[in-house]
Design a protein around this ligand. Sequence first.
Ligand SMILES: [Zn+2]
Length: 225
Amino acid sequence: MSHFYSQKKIDRRSKSSMVQFLNDHFRYDTMNSWNRSTSYAHCIKLHNLGLTSEQLDKAYDVIRTDIWDELDVQIQDFVTQMHGAYTIGTNGRSSGYLVLYSSEWKSTGYKSYCRTCYQRNYQACGNTDGDNTCGACRATGDQGRVNYATPPRQLSVSSAGIDDELDFEDWSMEQLKARVNVVEAFDSACDDIRQAFIDMLEMSVVEETIMVPQKRYVLQASHAQ
Ligand SMILES: [Zn+2]
């Protein structure tokens, strides 16, 4: 079901329809309001999700749980679809907005890891015999370090605004089409997030008490003479 994704087909042959779509899209800050950097966004405050009053009641209960643990799967799908060039973050008080951010995959620099203790290492190994001894646990040979098949990467997210100036005058048709595609994919991903949240409303919220080991510092009389 689409709530954020516009049903209206955007005519990719018309510069003015594409510009209008981008201009009219809801926007929100990428950082704080005083940075004045904004990007394409959607308001996801509960009253704005088109829920029935029954769902809304349940929603207030569900948001007391760690919902982003679950919803992050949807965001990761979007990142994959965008080849890492864009991601979705939450912003605003009580994370009431989904915001489109630009991003890129960056290598962590790690080349190998230890098969015994999983310590990561910036050096590749396997060039000479016995060069794979783990510096942390000294495991070597079959138990020692091995190169990553795919070196690990992390998503580096930029907080810069996207199309802040809303100045599309000089954009080519190709550039506009590409941007409209990204923003439509964002709208559609926001719908997926909304739907995943609605599916969560079918589950029950149960209270659970957990014991958290805590470290504390206390003062003790010193008897050392
Ligand atoms: Zn090790």
